[in-house]
Each structure stands twice: as C-alpha cells, then as structure tokens.
Design a protein around this ligand. Structure first.
Ligand code: XIL
Length: 445
C-alpha cells in the first residue's frame, strides 16, 4: 500500500523533474556556477544533509535548490524515525525530503539502515534470532519503500570502535549476532534494491589508522568473498582535535583500489575564514584526485542548523551568505563564484560593511574584503559617508579622500588567496548623523 502511494508520487513528479532539469540547464548557461554544477563538471555530485522541518523556510529551500545536486536526510531515515515500534513504518518526513529532491532532479543518499545510535529501545530488547529477523525486516521495509529511488544506501554505519584496537563496536547487532551481522545486512540490502549502491559508512576513518585499517580489511574480505558492497563513506567531521589528515587522499585511494567507490558523506570542518577555506580545499582536492571518489556531501546547508553549530562548520553562514569556505570549494571544483566572476582568470572581490563599535558622538566601521575564485594581489573599495560625518582615523588600509567619498586600498594586506578575507577599520565622528556609510563595489587586481 505504502509502496503504491510512493510509486504514484514518483510518477507524478517525473514531469516536474524534467522541467526542473531544463530550468537548471538554461540557468547555468548565463549565470555563475553552483556547487552542484561545478561538481557535475568534474563528474561528481555535491550534496548536503537536509532536515524536513526546514524545507518550508524560503532561504533554506532556495539555497538547497540552487547549490546542491544530492541530499541525505539528516535524521528522517534513521531507525527511530522510520520504525519506532516493531513493524510500524513511518515515512512521512523522509518522503517529504525524497519528493523535494526528486522535484529538483537531485539524487538521494539513504542514511542509514543498521546503526547502534538513534535506535529505538525495542530493538535492543530482542533475543538473537528475533533481532536478526527485525534487522532484515527493517532493511526490507525501508529499501522496499524507496526501491529504485536511492543513489546509495549507508547499509551499516559506525560498526567499528575508536582507538587503536580495530575492534567492532558493542551494539545489539554486534553483541547478539556477532561480526556476521554486517555481511548479512549487505546481502539483504542487495536483494531488496539491486539498483542502489551499498555503502559502509564511518568516522575517524578518513586517514590511515587502526580503525580505517580494520574497515579496509573488512572491505577486502567482502570483495574477495563476493559479499555485495559498492562503496565506503567517509564521514569527515573535522575540527582542531580531528583535523583533515595529511594522508586523506592516500587513504581514499587505497579503498578505491579495492574496487569500491568512495564518497565523502558528512563533511563539516569547524572554523572560519581562510583557515577553514583552506581545509575545505584540501578535502575537495583529495576527492577529485581519486577517480572513484564519486561525490561529496556536506552535513547541512547553513551553520545555524548544523549539529555542531557552535563550530560554524559549513559553507553558508546563518544568513545563507557564502563563506570563504564556499568560494574555496567552488574554486577547487573548477567553478566560478558570483556572476561577476566568470572563472576565466578574472579577478574579483566583495566588500561588506559592519559597525563594530558605537557611542554617542561616533562609531567604528569595518569593511571586510573577500577575494573571489582567484587569488588577488590588490583591491580597491569605496566608502561614501553621510555628508555630516567625518573620518578621524583609518587602519589596515590606505585611504584617499574626495569630498565624502573615501577610496581605500591595501596597506600591507593586498594579497589574498581565493576566498580569503582581510578587513580595514575606521573611526567616524557622527556630527549629528547616525546614518551608515555606503560601501561601493570592490575591484581586484
Ligand atoms: C547527527 C545529526 O546531524 C543530528 O541532528 C542528530 O541529533 C544526531 O545525528 N554520524 C552520522 C550522522 O552518521 O547520522 C550523525 O547525524 C552525525 C554523526
């Protein structure tokens, strides 16, 4: 019954998918590249995790639809969301995401079938033989519902322990069914939807280490015995405690050499500015250097909804503005930034203004200059002050004044990497006017 409804929905959206694809093609011919279109130029997808409850937010949906070519439901396909009590499947939220994605011609990654976390308590209370049945029923229930609609499924997630042992993590599945549960899950999954790629997904496996070695050995064993596995997902949640490993590319390559695709499945990197941008560049370059790295997914659209929002780890800030990390990723994908940055070596920059301090008779202003998709060696920005106001000092820039227009060039800070930022600041006497200055177009050379 549910499958029938699902299939009708899918058939009804097929026309829309075709229309959306045409619109996208027409759009890209005249406008700037997006993450999805630039990645497509490299034969890759560029995806994001999506939460169903944000799809109604206009800026969220607009950013998602413009930039991404693949989605992963962030929580909506997990066991607690889809089978909260045994045999009762609830697909409402996941269906909303899948329908939205199909309407935009995006791929869907299925996440995740068998995982120790976000697992309803009824699963943990089953005895071994019942648990085996429940696991297979769950796989069949989800994969059956979305049969033919999922690009890749994370069949098993996070089955290995952290630390140096390379051991399996304790879970109801591991503890009651033993190591064989992973193989069984993959065999059940292949039969349930032969069109979907079947992935093993984990974290802290991004570089060569004891944990990734253990996963590597399992994949090697599966390939040698014909256990169906098509891909390995590398979550790639990075921060200062867990930085982008220097052997990332090498690690991706050794898995690819086993005869599986590799995917970056949950990428986020805590930080900001040019340091964060540089780390994102490393990740994208590593994937592009491995021909079987078929795509990348960032773990959310905007910093404000990130599961690690305090670390601002994503490509769009809380106001859906492109961060330096966005420009860096787009540039690494061979794309070009805004419509004024045609990606042909033209040098561009943007200037944004903020008031950083305020008192009755004056204020401090700051203008942040961000290079576009190419490195630049100099920039020029204009700041037009309200007639009554006057600038008493300016730092980290060299001003020339003409009436109330200030043209500012670098002092020491002209050289910027692609996507990198610098700023200059100034103190203004209000002389009775509290209005904001106007910042003109940034030019780069
Ligand atoms: C996270 C989600 O982002 C959060 O909203 C949720 O509260 C917990 O799970 N590894 C995974 C993802 O495979 O499913 C996790 O997602 C992040 C870590």
């Amino acid at each position: 019954m549910r499958m029938t409804v699902r299939r009708l929905t899918r058939a009804a959206t097929a026309g829309l998918v075709a229309a959306a694809a045409l619109t996208a093609a027409a759009h890209s011919a005249e406008a700037a590249d997006t993450l999805g279109s630039a990645a497509a130029g490299q034969g890759r997808y560029f995806g994001t995790a999506v939460a169903a409850n944000h799809l109604g937010e206009a800026d969220y949906a607009a950013t998602l639809d413009r930039e991404f070519s693949s989605v992963t439901p962030e929580n909506e396909m997990k066991w607690d969301a889809t089978e909260p009590s045994r045999g009762t499947f609830t697909f409402g939220s996941a269906d909303r995401i899948v329908d939205h994605a199909q309407g935009q011609g995006m791929d869907v990654r299925g996440h995740t079938l068998v995982w120790h976390s976000q697992l309803p308590s009824w699963v943990g209370s089953l005895g071994a033989s019942d648990l085996r049945t429940a696991m297979n029923d769950h796989i069949n229930g989800l994969m059956g519902h979305y049969k033919g609609e999922i690009h890749s499924w994370d069949v098993v997630n996070e089955a290995f322990q952290d630390g140096g042992s390379g051991a399996r993590r304790s879970s109801p599945f591991q503890d009651k069914l033993g190591n064989g549960f992973i193989e069984e899950a993959f065999r059940t999954a292949r039969a349930a939807d032969p069109a979907a790629k079947l992935c093993y997904n984990d974290y802290n496996t991004d570089g060569v280490n004891a944990k990734s070695n253990a996963v590597y050995d399992m994949v090697e064993d599966f390939k040698s015995r014909g256990v169906p596995i098509d891909c390995v997902g590398f979550q790639s949640h990075f921060n200062s405690n867990s930085p982008v490993p220097s052997d990332y590319r090498q690690n991706l390559q050794r898995f690819a050499d086993l005869g599986v695709d590799v995917q970056i499945t949950e990428l986020d990197i805590e930080g900001s500015g040019s340091a964060q941008a540089a780390d994102y560049t490393k990740v994208v370059e590593a994937c592009l250097a491995v021909s079987r790295c078929t795509g990348m997914t960032v773990w959310g659209v905007t910093d404000k909804y990130s599961w690690r929002s305090g670390g601002t780890p994503l490509l769009f800030d809380g106001n859906y503005q492109e961060k330096p990390a966005y420009d860096a990723v787009l540039s690494a994908l061979g794309g070009s930034g805004d419509p004024g940055d045609p990606g042909d070596g033209t040098l561009t920059c943007t200037a944004t203004y903020t008031r950083t301090a305020d008192w009755s008779s004056g204020y401090n202003g700051q203008v942040t200059i961000t290079a576009g998709g190419e490195p630049i060696s100099s920039w020029t920005a204009t700041v037009t002050l309200p007639a009554q106001q006057s600038v008493s000092s300016l730092w980290n820039g060299t001003p020339t004044r003409s009436g109330n227009v200030m043209t500012v060039r670098p002092s020491w800070n002209g050289t910027l990497a692609a996507g990198a930022s610098t700023s200059f600041g100034f103190t203004v006497a209000k002389n009775g006017s509290d209005a904001a200055p106007a910042v003109g177009t940034c030019t780069a050379s």
